[in-house]
Design a protein around this ligand. Structure first.
Ligand code: ADP
Ligand code: MG
Length: 374
């Protein structure tokens, strides 16, 4: 059933993705209730209501579920049980099963394979002897990653031989891990897509992503890759969304190797940092598209209106004082987005900006010049 403006959307998670979703939803006239344990939530600043509670607090979830017409999420680590519990009150989009798939790297990579796609060569590591056995599948240098709860390069360690791998595994507390081939990357791209309740899919333009220290630094659109490769990535992401019976907006990150191979890195059952460019450079943003999908509205148009570069603003840029915002605001075709976080910490995503230009090279040059001055 279509939920029209005036209906209430529940958002699980209160970070910047929830914030930009909330702005989009309220712009369209929806009410938004955020459930998030942190009282200083970027999303709650824009929401109609903020329920400050843990994701497994059944009394709070009952209150939340009863007040909402539909529930969605901005955070892949919402417990599947929470999403399942909420289905007794209203539709939950995406479903627990689709969110759960992205919570464990081992499950995720096996799922990618079951879709007929290529994950990065990997081995599941549960005990120390698994590392020696893994050498049949993975050669050094490799990256040891915790199977669960990693983000922005956290929970990862590059290892050059078996001894280093064993030491890293012990350091990580011998939790379940994957040992992954370190790939010689030509570039990284991502596909953000929306899938409706009736199973239709629309992809946003493919984004080219540059990471620094495992954290996204900038996104360039249109991606500077062969059109055939961009189309294969969109087809692969679509296959994944269909197989998950996904409803909402999701992202798939890809590696392109020096030999031109397309590998699936990971997926996110939510809007994505590399899709922030859609806020300023597309007819419909990824956040409005999420509102449309969870409320069973028609798709918004996903066309790119301008070449664009999105640059993340990490806490590193703050140092002891505010960044020199005027250097950015003097650029008349640059848009600043700050997330309302109280404290700037190294590696913490505080905001981003999008610089629009006639072509990707011009946008890159301008965005880079601004970044130098901040
Ligand atoms: P996260 O969940 O932290 O985003 P990712 O697995 O996407 O974890 O890793 C973050 C970044 O680290 C990637 O976007 C890429 O730049 C780099 N990276 C991760 N795994 C590999 C790999 N196997 N080979 C080369 N680079 C990698
Ligand atoms: Mg990633």
């Amino acid at each position: 059933m279509t939920l029209l403006p005036g209906s209430t959307i529940g958002m699980l998670g209160g970070g910047q993705l929830g914030r930009m979703f909330t702005v989009a939803a309220r712009t369209l006239g929806y009410r938004v209730i955020v459930l998030e344990p942190d009282p200083h939530s970027p999303a709650a600043q824009f929401a109609d209501e903020h329920i400050i509670a843990a994701y497994d607090d059944t009394a709070a979830l009952t209150l939340f579920g009863n007040a909402c017409d539909v529930v969605t999420t901005e955070f892949e680590n919402i417990p599947a049980k929470t999403l399942e519990f909420l289905t007794q009150f209203c539709p939950v989009r995406p479903a627990a099963s689709a969110v759960e798939m992205a919570q464990d790297r081992i499950v995720e990579k096996e799922f990618v394979r079951s879709c007929g796609l290529l994950p990065v060569p990997f081995a599941a590591i549960r005990r120390i002897p698994d590392l020696a056995a893994a050498q049949e599948l993975v050669t050094f240098p490799a990256i040891l990653k915790t199977a669960r709860l990693g983000y922005d390069g956290k929970g990862q360690s590059t290892v050059h031989d078996l001894a280093e791998a064993e030491a890293a595994f012990v350091r990580m507390g011998e939790v379940e891990c994957v040992l992954e081939q370190r790939v010689d990357l030509a570039c990284e791209i991502s596909v953000i897509l929306a899938r409706s309740v009736s199973g239709e899919v629309r992809c946003f333009p493919v984004a080219e992503n540059e990471h620094r220290n495992g954290i996204l630094h900038q996104t360039i659109v249109p991606a500077r890759v062969a059109p055939a490769l961009a189309q294969s990535a969109q087809a692969a992401a679509t296959r994944i969304a269909n197989k998950l019976d996904f409803v909402g907006v999701m992202a798939v990150e890809f590696f392109i190797t020096r030999s031109g191979e397309l590998l699936v890195n990971e997926m996110a059952p939510r809007t994505h940092n590399s899709g922030h460019y859609t806020l300023d450079a597309c007819i419909t943003s990824q956040f409005e598209q999420q509102v449309r999908m969870v409320c069973e509205l028609p798709f918004g148009d996903t066309h790119l209106l301008s070449s664009v570069v999105m640059v993340n603003l990490l806490g590193d840029v703050w140092g002891d004082s505010q960044p020199l915002w005027l250097a950015l605001l003097q650029s008349a075709h640059t848009k600043l987005h700050l997330y309302g976080k109280r404290e700037a910490r190294v590696g913490r995503k505080m905001g981003h900006y999008c610089t629009l230009a006639d072509n990707a090279d011009a946008a890159l040059a301008e965005a880079g010049r601004i970044f130098q001055q901040l």
